[in-house]
Design a binder for this molecule. Sequence first.
Ligand code: DC
Length: 209
Amino acid sequence: MNLIIAIDGPAAAGKGTLARRLAAHFGLPHLDTGLLYRATGRRVLDAGGAPADPLVAEAAARALTAADLARDDLRGPAADAAATQVAAVPGVRAALLEFQRSFGGGRGAVLDGRDIGTVVFPAAAAKLFVTASVAARGRRRWLELTARGEAADLAEVIEQVRRRDAQDRSRAAAPLVPAADALLLDTTTLDAAATFTRALELLGTRVNA
Ligand code: DC
């Protein structure tokens, strides 16, 4: 069985936690595809380049190695902004497509991102579009930051989430939209455990487990 579970949605909707739980449940490998864009952006910043420069960004995506994905500086405001910029470059998306497809091509996988169900695996049987209100997602991001000891202003973090949503949704290359056959899961009032339970209920119609 080659089961692909495609999980898409905006930032801080709970995709990552859900993807890890589903991967453990179904015994599948998991790929957080946002890391590919973050690592690409980080390479460009390291070289002193501009993440929005298409040639520089595509070259960085083509040069990615496994070590880049394991870096510990892929989160934070600079990495967020660079990732969002390189993700809008069509050449970057093309360069990262093959890696994502081969990751899922063997015995199946859980992948989370923005375009897994629409572009990377449009034929996946199991697609979830995970979302939550901007206020709920901003609050979660803020709690993560403060738990790490970083000073953060709640209103400012909510505004950053709103801005990244707008950029991801309005870009020409693979904009963030639910696939027509995606199952919608709104996590505004759900914690991680309730989100997982609901996801299994929804997937029950698509996955024989
Ligand atoms: O999920 P994340 O915050 O780690 O994603 C970082 C950036 O990469 C964000 O701007 C969305 C973009 N992205 C994308 O365009 N396509 C994906 N499959 C995953 C992430």
